[in-house]
Design a protein around this ligand. Sequence first.
Ligand code: NAG
Ligand code: NAG
Ligand code: NAG
Length: 145
Amino acid sequence: MAAATVFNRNFSSLALVLAFNLAFALTSFTSPAEARGNGTAASYTVDPSSACPNGSAINGGRFLAMVQARAFNNGAACGRQYKISCIGGTNDVKEPCIKGKWVNVTVANLCSGDSCDTFTLSTDAFDVIAKHDAGRVQITYKRLH
Ligand SMILES: *[C@@H]1O[C@H](CO)[C@@H](O)[C@H](O)[C@H]1NC(C)=O
Ligand SMILES: *[C@@H]1O[C@H](CO)[C@@H](O)[C@H](O)[C@H]1NC(C)=O
Ligand SMILES: *[C@@H]1O[C@H](CO)[C@@H](O)[C@H](O)[C@H]1NC(C)=O
């Protein structure tokens, strides 16, 4: 009886650990910048040098994004498109989001370093979804293709 209780308790904590690992594996698979999710975005002035072939010319060069190394995946992400919307602020700027606005961006570069946002957007793209002065906002994103 006691042995069975101990067994059951161990079994359910094992199941919990497995469930947690599974949830973690699924979470890490879909982030960052995979199918959909939330994150942060900052704006940048398009850098003519790019880690993607034809980088700064992609899509006419207006609505571009840099992504973190993991999402960039050695260039596999070049040319991928995401739609992005602002969902909140990260600083003192009041009402930073342009409500209801989405922008489609194309991955055109790598953001290297540990302090990169989920997306670093060309200023033209950033300004579609947020007040320019906000500089950095919380976003939700969805991969288009
Ligand atoms: C992203 O944020 C939105 C709005 O705050 C929320 O409804 C949604 O559940 C969040 N999604 C994820 C994957 O966290
Ligand atoms: C690079 O950009 C030029 C000019 O926009 C275009 O003609 C060319 O087809 C592009 N090459 C690739 C590989 O996208
Ligand atoms: C963004 O892409 C989606 C899917 O391809 C398309 O339906 C939508 O019209 C695009 N929006 C803009 C502003 O280009």
